[in-house]
Design a binder for this molecule. Structure first.
Ligand code: SME
Length: 160
């Protein structure tokens, strides 16, 4: 049994350090990408407060395809450049969106989502997936969240 859990009240930096360590531990020595993404989605949902969706879209055949996640059922395919995920995949840049209603082309998979963070996962320079976090709170994500998820993306890039 795994028993990864955040320490109550810990500052964000420490929270993300623990999340990344948990992700490294749980994916170590496991070559199955789906299993690793599924466990990482569960870890993000368990460690990070105020989320309504946490998971992966994978770059397959030039578009994003839904991967393992925690949350409500979501749109399956997203074209490059479409929505927040497609923007992250097309530009290779983290997308920090304080108000999804103000983001042109935002794709509403869950009407409850108000803010979103999408981080590209790169391997050998190419975007192979994105990590997507949604929150029902406005401006839920800040630069520390972006840096924390970027560290996670780097840590697991060779394991998904
Ligand atoms: N909102 C995303 C779509 C994915 S769902 O949030 C899970 C977007 O605009 O790309």
């Amino acid at each position: 049994m795994y028993d990864f859990a955040p320490t109550p009240g810990q500052p964000k930096q420490a929270l993300y350090k623990d999340l990344v360590e948990a992700a490294q531990t749980i994916t170590r020595g496991e070559g199955d990408a789906v299993a690793n993404m599924a466990n990482c989605a569960a870890l993000m949902a368990g460690f990070l407060p105020d989320l309504n969706w946490a998971g992966f879209y994978r770059m397959i055949g030039g578009e994003l395809v839904l991967g393992p996640f925690s949350g409500r059922p979501a749109c399956i395919r997203i074209a490059l450049g479409q929505g927040v995920c497609g923007a992250a995949a097309a530009t290779g840049e983290t997308q920090l969106v304080p108000d999804v209603h103000a983001f042109p082309g935002h794709i509403a998979c869950d009407a409850a989502s108000r803010s979103e963070l999408v981080v590209p996962v790169r391997r050998n320079g190419a975007v192979i997936a994105v990590i997507d976090l949604d929150s029902p709170l406005l401006a839920r994500f800040d630069a520390e969240d972006a840096a924390g998820i970027e560290a996670l993306a780097k840590a697991i890039a060779n394991r998904i």
